[in-house]
Design a binder for this molecule. Structure first.
Ligand code: ASP
Ligand code: MG
Length: 422
């Protein structure tokens, strides 16, 4: 007997039929003798529809009211699922985030979990019931309802799995697992059977829309194994675990996957004075503008001008405020010119095998060279190499690198059943 947390995304419970189908699946696990706790997202596009409704009423909705509104989506799906399970002959109870004991900080719209005391869920388990918990929501110390940010149901599920010491947290969506690249760009992308938390974090934070980043961080911190799979098939999905549990197989590829990101831009400051404190002042201004910097490249000052160029990447929607802040501080920073470039793409190659295999960067750069693609910036971590290219070259780059690292499957393996990818 195992204790399992099963999370179903919006595409798995898009309509009444899907709710019944998911209930059957949960019932099968329950009847096999396992303890099952379910976390559910809002049906289909409900959250987007609710957001849309709010903007039709006002363009300045109070955050507190917005949170109450959005949590309605998950309450609809949780109660319907409890009804469907009861109709299946399985005893079930649904709980809001608050009832489940999920306490957050006061940040409406993007709250962080501060405490999870799932007493009522434990009582349900003891009473042999399937507990169904509304994802993405909690309550703050003032007893106001909060939400965890878009896609937050994954985080609810992992947090619950950690608090309940579950054996596994199964994340169900409409794709069969994590793939070596986005199958819409690389039709020959392969399903990854096993991957570590660290690799998954690198992929998720570099554009792969696979799992809520915070959910993976949580899973790593509390060592909760994740099984990412489809609710539309019975195929095994992808197991995300710690590296030691993942084990090392001689046949493991060096590279687990390739992420790409079109949402980044590049800012270059030309002729920044090459003196101590220059970078500190510059990135102080950038930090005060709340920009999330990823890569930074500083050139060596060659011509004895005492000046150098500094480039960095940041999300495109943060370019305007960052640019304003840097322009306002131009005299203090002493640079000659600011260039913002939104037409860049980011490719990231991720794999724990990089640690023990030299030559990965050379192979990456050769693949891009053969494809005639220019590299504008490079950054690395222990298990990742990222490059910036022209945005129009990005798809070609991803395919070329996928082939160069022998990740191509014989036939295309990826099927998106529901259509949303979640
Ligand atoms: N329903 C919320 C959203 O669409 C939370 C989730 O699906 O995880 O963002
Ligand atoms: Mg959703």
């Amino acid at each position: 007997m195992a204790r399992v947390v099963q999370k179903f995304g919006g595409s798995s419970v898009a309509d009444a039929e899907s709710v019944k189908r998911v209930a059957k699946r949960i019932a099968t696990t329950k009847r096999a003798g396992h303890e099952v706790v379910v976390v559910v997202s809002a049906m289909g596009d409900t959250t987007d529809d609710l957001l849309d409704l709010a903007t039709q009423v006002t363009d300045d909705a109070p955050k507190r009211e917005m949170d109450i509104l959005l949590t309605a989506g998950e309450r609809i799906s949780m109660s319907l699922l409890a009804m469907a399970l009861t109709a299946e002959g399985v005893s079930a109870r649904s709980y809001t985030g608050q009832q489940a004991g999920l306490v957050t900080d006061i940040n409406h719209g993007r709250a962080s979990i501060v405490k999870l005391a799932p007493e009522r869920i434990l009582r349900s388990i003891e009473a042999d019931q399937v507990a169904i918990v509304a994802g993405f929501q909690g309550v703050n110390e003032n007893n106001d309802v909060t939400t965890l940010g878009r896609g937050g149901s994954d985080t609810t599920a992992v947090a619950l799995a950690a608090a309940l010491k579950a054996d596994v947290c199964e994340i169900y969506s409409d794709v069969d697992g994590l793939f070596s690249a986005d199958p819409r760009i690389v039709p020959k992308a392969k399903k990854i059977p096993r991957i570590s938390f660290e690799e998954t974090l690198e992929l998720a934070s570099h554009g792969a829309k696979i799992l809520h980043l915070r959910a993976v961080e949580f899973a790593r911190r509390y060592d909760v194994p994740l099984h990412v799979r489809s609710s539309f098939s019975t195929l095994e999905g992808t197991l995300v675990t710690s590296e030691s549990q993942k084990g090392t197989d001689m046949e493991d590829p060096i590279i687990s996957g390739i992420a790409h990101d079109r949402s980044q831009s590049k800012i270059t400051l030309v002729d920044v004075p090459d003196i101590p404190g220059s970078a500190a002042r510059l990135f102080g201004v950038v930090a005060a503008a709340d920009a999330n910097i990823d890569m930074i490249v500083q050139n060596v000052s060659t011509q004895n001008t005492g000046a150098t160029d500094i480039s960095f990447t940041l999300p495109t929607d943060q370019v305007a405020p960052t640019r304003r802040a840097l322009e306002a501080a131009r005299d203090e920073l002493g640079y000659a010119e600011l260039r913002a470039d939104e037409e860049v793409g980011l490719l990231s190659l991720v794999g724990a095998g990089m640690r023990s295999n030299p030559g990965v960067s050379a192979r990456l750069f050769s693949a891009l060279w053969e494809a005639g693609i220019n590299i504008e910036m490079i950054s690395t971590s222990e298990i990742r190499i990222s490059v910036v290219t022209r945005i129009e070259d990005l798809d070609t780059a991803v395919r070329a690198v996928h082939t160069a690292f022998e990740l191509d499957a014989e036939d295309s393996e990826a099927v998106v059943y529901g259509g949303t990818g979640r």
